[in-house]
Design a protein around this ligand. Structure first.
Ligand code: SF4
Ligand code: SF4
Length: 394
């Protein structure tokens, strides 16, 4: 599914909602707060109130006095853009795209949460979402001690992403990916001058400068001659594979894969062999990888090569539930984000497994934090890291 190519926030899109409510109980935010205006149906109702026959959407946002625009903005930003509502919508409204377009409109009139108003400046000046020193983006190589080359030319380019590059706990994901690329003898490289992929701008609604980032990263990738770009971050994959072609107006000449897709390919080709174990393992589908990215079966095939005892949670695949960190929710409403993480962790723990895998550094962090907070004796780890450990690579 492409997030950019689908409908913009127009009157017909909003009015198409039948207010039937099939989506309501699918929404993890509604389930946490039990408040109609935080449900997808409630959010659409509020947006509908801001329409008018004779005025533009933005004009109506500014002058309508019965509706508090800041309140509407809070409802629109207290959403993980996880897409679970879309799965339930019998009219097949493209709701993740609607939420993103609503954010774009709200951001443009200064109604976005205070914290996000700086996101554009931060990313453009520091080239990462955290406002860290751009020069230290590659320091994870020093910390982990892994052999990670930056070459002029290679067959595969590894796009690391901001979270994996800068967040201590999940730098191990970069170490695992680099170790596995080395293990199979791949001709690969890091990018010389990787910038933030830009996906945080998209989900914040701050899209006016997104193209600059896309152009820079595509140029950096194309300069290596790589025909495959791999990343361990589902948000980066969405940006590179789906948002870039829409924003640039052409398809860059490389294939974009999440690392689990590459692992699956290597396993089927016999390039990678893993000894089968018997540990009870469960898996959390990252929303941006499974529902929004369509990568569902590949991680499952990889896990099935790791253990004979793979147990799935009740909500999985396209019906998986958000860990609470999507849509910048962890930054804009950490309390709500933590509530969602705790709820998701509980459903994973209910499988009986004490080994929880995911394939997203942000999901990994959220679920691990929830486990610590709830004093659960479970291990949350990235699928890639577990494989690298099994092979004695880290
Ligand atoms: S995208 Fe997720 S959090 Fe947002 S309204 Fe839909 S189900 Fe709820
Ligand atoms: S399921 Fe679709 S049509 Fe029904 S209330 Fe939700 S968004 Fe509207």
């Amino acid at each position: 599914m492409s997030l950019f190519k689908l409908p913009t926030l127009q009157k017909t899109d909003i009015f198409a909602c039948a207010q039937c409510g099939y989506c309501v109980k699918k929404c993890p935010v509604y389930n946490a707060l039990n408040w109609e205006s935080y449900s997808p149906r409630g959010r659409l109702y509020l947006l509908k109130q801001l329409q008018d026959e004779n005025k533009s959407f933005l004009g109506k946002l500014i002058i309508r006095d019965k509706i508090d625009v800041k309140e509407v903005a809070q409802r629109i930003y207290d959403c993980a853009i996880c897409g679970r509502c879309e799965e339930a919508c019998h009219l097949e409204l493209n709701l993740p795209s609607l939420w993103a377009k609503a954010r774009e409109a709200l951001f443009s009139i200064g109604a976005a949460p205070q914290l996000l108003t700086q996101v554009e400046t931060t990313i453009l000046s520091r080239k990462n979402v955290f406002g860290m020193d751009a020069e230290s983006r590659g320091d994870w190589v020093i910390y982990t001690g892994v052999d990670a080359p930056t070459k002029k030319e290679a067959e595969i380019a590894y796009f690391v992403g901001c979270v994996t590059s800068y967040s201590g706990r999940v730098q191990s994901v970069a170490q695992a990916i680099a170790s596995l690329l080395n293990h199979v003898g791949a001709n690969w490289t890091l990018l010389d001058g990787e910038w933030c992929c830009g996906h945080p701008l998209y989900v914040s609604g701050a899209v006016s400068k997104y193209k600059e980032l896309a152009e820079h990263n595509v140029k950096a990738i194309e300069s290596t001659g790589a025909k495959i770009v791999v990343t361990g971050c589902p948000g980066c994959r969405l940006a590179l594979a789906e948002e870039y072609p829409a924003i640039l107006g052409y398809e860059p000449d490389f294939e974009v894969l999440h690392f689990t897709q590459l692992l699956d390919r290597w396993l089927s080709e016999g390039r990678l062999k893993i000894e089968m174990g018997e540990e009870l393992i469960t898996y959390h589908d990252p929303c941006e990888l499974a529902r929004l990215g369509g990568v569902i079966e590949q991680p499952r095939r990889v896990i099935s090569s790791l253990t004979s005892r793979f147990v799935e949670p009740l909500e999985r695949g396209r019906d998986g539930v958000c860990c609470g960190s999507g849509g910048m929710l962890k930054a804009t409403n950490p309390t709500l984000s933590a509530t969602l993480a705790e709820s998701r962790l509980n459903s994973l723990v209910n499988t009986g497994s004490s080994l929880i895998l995911s394939a997203c550094p942000t999901c990994d962090q959220s679920l691990a934090e929830a486990a610590v907070k709830a004093q659960r004796s479970v291990r949350v780890v990235d699928l890639t890291q577990l494989i690298a450990e099994r092979l004695g690579l880290m």
